[in-house]
Design a protein around this ligand. Structure first.
Ligand code: B16
Ligand code: MG
Length: 217
């Protein structure tokens, strides 16, 4: 049986974090809350609702539920303006080569993302044809590090968790993959993603030899 491959979206396939940052920053400033890149790092892999809760906590602001929902909507509208401008050029270096290779060899491929905009983004960058299964923020109730998103993806791919491989950039995502008993491959800093089974700075660092070692691990 071929291993099932599960990709996170933001930080693995595309760098949408920069667009999340712009939208959150404008929203925070409109509320007189400071928001910097370091704080944005802490929102990677975190859902929209939890992200807003964190920003309000950092700014020591309390608001009504109605206002909270308006702000969520406002942030997403601004984020989507950036997303609509995306194209294939935003696929991170080295990703396309591996997707093509996996497809050619016949590995089932899934997306496992916290984003509710995952399908729109995959459409913008023309990657929809590569994914057999998409599990995103609309399908899961428990956020990473809960393994729900990856377990669902593996189930829909028809592979056992032990036969699934997860590519993730967020520590919470690595934890989710580990809890699901899947092989975890971190994309980012070794010092942060230390619990991952393998770590690479980005996909260009993954040589054919590495990639085969991952597929046969
Ligand atoms: P949305 P991932 C995550 O994507 C982002 O890293 C995180 O910053 C964002 O808040 C979350 O998606 C929700 O996104 O507002 O589009 O529903 O890394 O899980 O692919
Ligand atoms: Mg991510």
């Amino acid at each position: 049986q071929k291993k099932g491959i599960i990709f996170d979206l933001d930080g693995v396939i595309v760098d949408t974090a920069k667009y999340h940052f712009l939208a959150w920053k404008n929203l925070a400033e409109s509320l007189d809350i400071n928001f910097n890149k370091k704080q944005n790092e802490q929102l990677k892999g975190v859902s929209r609702i939890e992200s807003l809760k964190k920003i309000l906590t950092w700014g020591k602001k309390r608001i009504s539920e109605k206002r909270f929902n308006e702000l969520l909507h406002q942030k997403n509208e601004e984020y989507l303006v950036s997303v609509q401008k995306m194209d294939e050029s935003e696929i991170l270096p080295g990703v396309m080569k591996r997707l093509k290779m996996l497809k050619d060899v016949g590995h089932p491929i899934a997306l496992g993302s916290a984003s509710k905009n995952a399908k729109t983004i995959l459409e913008r960058v023309n990657l929809m044809p590569y994914f057999d299964v998409i599990v995103d923020g609309n399908e899961v109730s428990k956020a990473k590090p809960n393994p729900e998103v990856f377990l669902k993806a593996a189930q829909l791919l028809g592979v056992e968790p032990e036969n699934a491989i997860v590519f993730e950039d967020a520590l919470a995502g690595i934890e989710a993959a580990n809890r699901a008993k899947m092989l975890s491959v971190g994309i980012g800093e070794k010092s942060i993603l230390k619990d991952a089974d393998f770590v690479f700075a980005d996909f260009t660092e993954i040589t054919d030899k590495h990639f085969n070692a991952i597929l046969n691990a």
